[in-house]
Design a protein around this ligand. Structure first.
Ligand code: SAH
Ligand code: SF4
Length: 319
């Protein structure tokens, strides 16, 4: 296996040795024989009507993963994957349904950003926002994810602001403690999805292993240590986690945490055993939380038409 060279080369945004005109031709040819520049054997972009682009990356071992580029006004964001598939198996998530392929290396995580930037005609440093919310559970691939994040932050590499990098987790306590310990300065988002263990266990298999109390103790420790607002994510599933009593119980969990809550309308995928909560009901649920002092947003996903929205990433090609 050739060593990954992405780290050294990424900053310039050059994607092949030929493009490195500052090197003598003979050296370029020699380097090309020995080292690869890209982590991907093949990349297929799918453009959504809303302007976001899903990139389907084929890795050198033939496995595939995905990232989503989202151009907002004045801001470019990329949602990157940390794994091929995901071992957590949440019932509402198409990636969970796929099962686990493998962890991505730090180079493979980073190169998702570099490729997308290149393809969009930007230098890699022009992408300022990264969310680790693609395929996979980042805190179950912690070493590679941390190495990739360090390169994103490195002033010699992508020089990103840590506040513009968000790591989203299903709730792995030991990973949250590590985040508190290392304190890379990035934002933590916790996928809660239910305020009670009983409901959580119905939709999140890892909830059998880690109780809400364990997870929230880890989050409180993290917050006390880094003093940075934690975001909670809550995907709205009809009849499961959208009862008014659950909104009230959720507000109780978030007390004293300077938390922000994102309610995510569920994005459908073929064969899913769920239905999304209707919009009017989501608004009522949000109003209960706001009334109890929890800053709440409703996060409408982008790229639904090309299977690029939250939880739809499952290597499916759009029709
Ligand atoms: N494994 C991590 C990060 C990837 S999932 C995590 O679970 O947090 C990113 C976000 O998308 C999570 O909050 C997840 O719960 C949400 N999500 C998964 N499937 C979804 C779907 N079908 N519709 C809307 N959100 C979904
Ligand atoms: Fe994995 Fe996150 Fe999907 Fe759960 S929601 S299966 S943790 S990617």
């Amino acid at each position: 296996m050739l060593p990954p060279t992405t780290f050294a080369l990424g900053k310039q945004g050059v994607r092949d040795w030929e493009g490195m005109r500052n090197l003598p031709k003979a050296l370029r040819a020699e380097l090309a024989e020995r080292y690869r520049v890209s982590e991907f054997a093949e990349v297929t972009p799918f453009v959504s009507q809303d302007g976001s682009v899903k990139y389907l990356y084929t890795l050198w071992d033939g496995k595939k993963t995905e990232a989503v580029y989202m151009p907002y006004v004045g801001r470019r964001t990329i949602c990157v994957s940390s794994m091929v598939g995901c071992p957590a198996g949440c019932t509402f998530c198409a990636t969970g349904k796929m099962g686990f392929g493998r962890n991505l290396t730090a180079a493979e995580i980073l190169d998702q950003i570099l490729f997308a930037a290149h393809h969009q005609g930007h230098s890699p440093r022009e992408i300022r926002n990264v969310v680790l919310m693609g395929m996979g559970e980042p805190l179950l691939n912690l070493e590679h994810v941390f190495t990739a994040v360090r390169r994103m932050l490195d002033p010699e590499a992508l020089a990103m602001s840590p506040r513009r990098i968000t790591l989203s987790t299903v709730g792995i306590p030991r990973g949250i403690y590590r985040m508190a310990e290392e304190d890379l300065g990035v934002r933590l988002a916790l996928s809660l999805h239910a305020p009670d263990d009983e409901t959580r266990k119905l939709i999140i298999p890892t909830a059998h292993r880690y109780s809400l109390e364990e997870i929230m103790t880890a989050v409180r420790h993290y917050y006390a240590r880094v003093k940075r607002r934690v975001t909670f994510e809550y995907t709205m599933l009809k009849g499961l986690n959208d009862h008014p009593w659950q909104a009230k119980a959720l507000a109780k969990h978030l007390e004293g945490l300077s938390a922000h809550l994102n309610l995510i309308p569920w994005n459908p995928w073929e064969g899913a055993p769920h239905q999304g909560t209707p919009k009017e009901h989501i608004l009522k649920f949000a109003a209960i939380l706001e009334g109890m002092g929890v800053p709440t947003s409703i996060r409408w996903s982008r790229g639904r038409d090309v299977g690029a929205a939250c939880g739809q990433l499952a290597l499916r090609q759009p029709a």
